[in-house]
Design a protein around this ligand. Structure first.
Ligand code: C5P
Length: 421
């Protein structure tokens, strides 16, 4: 199962192009679908070839274009039955009146109509035609039949048409179609993860990024944390079927797909929201945030003016978020992180016990090639004694891969816990 939901891996789309002026948009559609990570094979009807050449689609899709049903040479390559099996989705765009009629009637007199009958994959049609033809009773009757047969109809857009009319019948833009297709596969993938994923049914809360402790209305104390590790973990937990809440300090990262994000600034705010999450019901708490250890005792109401050679700011200790949550009666499975510059393993193992964590992942931030601002990380994971699990070495890899391995470690620990006597 993939952990990066931004790209759908290895899904096959058969794009069928039929005769209509909107066929020119299908060329761009192939590009967009390929950009989104899909494998694309194009089928063209005779009518489509009057508007655009197979060569265009061959170049864009990187695959031979299928045009003939009864051509022995073409059938020797990938025949219509193989093509029907290859498809994870048959997308007909644009779908002409004629094609809709053929599908509704169950004809099988060319490659596309045969493919339609031969495939088990979902079939989507994006009708595009003159507005009068769209409104015609026969077209609407055929569309109703197709919907009853389980075909998904993508409604045409309204607007000015190539023929000069204004009305319903324009094929949606390629970007819009690609978004709809991508969402469909995301949803399908999500449904599987929610049922069978490693963290199915769990609510995971992740803290990430730095905190910002105000000195006055314009200045603050903070650190260099980028939040990358926490964001990767949130994405990996979501992909493993969990419901994920990401409590993020100020970072400039996009929210991972499907993850609920709550932005905070200070450590006190981060603790506040974390406690609220416990009330909501949290099964796993992952603390990747680089929380400022201290905050300014008295935040100045107005901007502090320059005066004298020295300025003293008095600091007080911030709450330890992960340790506070770990002390609660109904505590989740607690995962902490430790970034150390020396005695890495010893300090990490100490923190595991001191903060009453279930698992701790530590890394050596004195290494210039991993850690804070880097896209890669290497970690050692320790588990609390009751799990009777060996420490795990996670070798240098991308933060996404490390995140995936950490999800596996959490899953394994949850299944290994010895019931307390
Ligand atoms: O004590 P230290 O800061 O090294 O511990 C790191 C771990 O504790 C991390 O998991 C971090 O997110 C968490 N932490 C916290 N609240 C603090 C300080 C650290 O949750 N105030």
């Amino acid at each position: 199962m993939s952990f990066d939901l931004s790209v759908i891996p290895n899904k096959n789309i058969v794009l069928a192009v039929t005769g209509g002026i909107a066929a020119y948009k299908s060329a761009i559609l192939v590009r967009r679908l390929k950009d989104a990570g899909f494998n694309v094979r194009v089928v063209m009807t005779q009518g489509a070839q009057a508007f655009i050449t197979p060569l265009t689609f061959q170049a864009l899709s990187g695959n031979p274009v299928h045009t003939e049903l009864l051509n022995p040479e073409a059938e020797a390559g990938m025949g219509h039955i193989e093509l029907a099996r290859w498809a994870d989705l048959l997308l007909v765009a644009p779908a002409s009146c004629d094609t809709l009629a053929k599908f509704a009637a169950g004809l099988a007199d060319d490659l596309l109509s045969t493919l339609y009958l031969a495939t088990k994959s979902p079939v989507w049609v994006a009708p595009a035609m003159n507005q009068q033809m769209w409104a015609a009773k026969a077209t609407q009757r055929n569309l109703n039949t197709l919907v009853e047969d389980g075909v998904h109809v993508i409604m045409p857009d309204a607007g000015s048409q190539a023929c000069g009319d204004v009305g319903l019948g324009r094929m949606p833009e390629p970007e819009d179609l690609t978004r709809q297709v991508t969402q469909y596969f995301h949803k399908a993938q999500r449904a599987i993860a929610e049922k069978f994923g490693m963290l199915a049914g769990k609510h995971v809360v992740v803290t990430a990024g730095p905190t910002r402790e105000a000195i006055d209305p314009v200045r603050y104390i903070s650190n260099h944390s980028t939040g990358k590790m926490g964001f990767s973990l949130a994405a990996a937990c979501y992909a493993a079927g969990a419901k994920v809440t990401l409590i993020a300090g100020p970072v400039s990262l996009d929210t991972p797909n499907g993850v609920r994000r709550i932005n905070v600034s200070s450590a006190v705010q981060m603790l506040d929201i974390s406690m609220q999450m416990l009330d909501e019901g949290c099964d796993i708490f992952i603390a990747t945030a680089a929380v400022a250890d201290y905050r300014v005792a008295e935040v100045a109401e107005h901007k502090i003016k320059k005066s004298g050679d020295e300025l003293n700011v008095s600091l007080i200790k911030n709450p330890d978020i992960v340790a506070t949550i770990a002390q609660q009666q109904k505590r989740p499975f607690m995962v902490g992180f430790a970034a150390e510059t020396r005695n890495v393993e010893e300090y990490a193992a100490g923190k595991l016990v001191a903060k009453k964590l279930d698992m701790i992942a530590c890394n050596d931030v004195s290494r210039p090639d991993i850690g804070f601002a880097s896209d890669e990380n290497a970690m050692i994971v320790f588990f609390a004694e009751q799990y009777q699990m060996q420490k795990r070495d996670l070798e240098k890899a991308s933060k996404q891969e490390i995140a995936q391995q950490l999800v596996e470690a959490i899953h394994d620990a949850l299944h290994n816990e010895i019931e307390p006597v």
